[in-house]
Design a protein around this ligand. Structure first.
Ligand code: MG
Length: 276
């Protein structure tokens, strides 16, 4: 079996230090938390940045500082910026793409979240996809609903995206898709039909993180996702105290499936990225 890319979502847009003091929110904290996760086996980092008051930020200078520090301290690690919308000005969601990270997240449709509508207007989706295509940035398609697979296919057909994106099924967000094993089979079979060259992973939010990881590993996923972004809010659901500890737990889970953690070079090859 192919080695498994471990993606770590270090910060997110919701958790704050009062939820878990280990959530890294300054660039220096984010670089240090990523370095520790990298040493534990993570080869891909998913990055949101924050303002000084911990609110979500779109400031390209913040993204640049984190990108530069991680490139220096974590040789070869795949850097993925979030273009997610929570708490951010819609028009600024693509502003960090000028920094040409290896990857960026791309939500291809709208969906209800616990307390908001996660709005991804078709024109915004096309604009972000165009920026990624023109910048040579590999999209990670965030699948919060079945229709988002077909929206990704339409981007391919329109020439706005290569036919080999990385796809992430997100399960366990309240008001979106529940974390149920048979749903993963439906999503996977539909993705293999609509996007046969895509690589894939699945993210389970909160208490669902380890069970969704098991389902994904049992189905030969190219990657798994962990990190405090998905696993911090309710202490009763919390698996571990830090990003590095969560990566260590993921590595143990990968080993239990008879697989091993990908090196950064293997991760780049698996996702079709250039060597560092
Ligand atoms: Mg995110």
């Amino acid at each position: 079996m192919n080695p498994v890319v471990v993606a770590v979502a270090i910060t997110g847009s919701v958790p704050r230090k009062k939820d878990n003091p280990a959530v890294p929110t300054t660039p220096a904290e984010q670089i240090e938390s990523t370095r520790a996760a990298f040493e534990a086996g993570a080869s891909l980092v998913h990055i949101h940045v924050r303002n000084d008051d911990e609110s979500p930020s779109s400031d390209p200078a913040r993204f640049a500082a984190v990108q530069e520090g991680i490139a220096r301290q974590c040789p070869g690690m795949i850097i993925q910026f979030s273009t997610g919308g929570r708490g951010r000005d819609q028009a600024a969601r693509g502003s960090s793409l000028s920094l040409k990270p290896d990857m960026a997240s791309l939500s291809t449709g709208s969906v209800n979240f616990p307390t908001i509508i996660y709005e991804n207007h078709p024109s915004l989706v096309e604009d972000l996809a165009t920026k990624m295509r023109d910048g040579g940035i590999l999209p990670e398609i965030e699948i919060f609903d079945l229709s988002h697979i077909h929206a990704a296919r339409r981007l391919v057909d329109a020439g706005l995206m290569s036919d080999r994106p990385h796809v992430q099924f997100v399960m366990g967000v309240k008001n979106a898709m529940p974390a149920e094993e048979h749903l993963l089979d439906i999503l996977l079979s539909e993705t293999r039909r609509a996007l046969p060259n895509a690589t894939w992973t699945a993210a389970g939010i909160g208490r669902n993180q380890s069970v969704v990881m098991d389902w994904a590993l049992a189905r030969g996923a190219d990657a798994v996702r962990t990190g405090l972004e998905d696993n911090v809010r309710a202490s009763k659901d919390r698996l571990a105290a830090s990003n590095a500890e969560l990566v260590t737990l993921a590595a143990e889970q990968i080993a239990r499936h008879g697989r091993r953690v990908a090196t950064p070079a293997e991760a780049r090859a698996a996702l079709g990225l250039r060597p560092a």
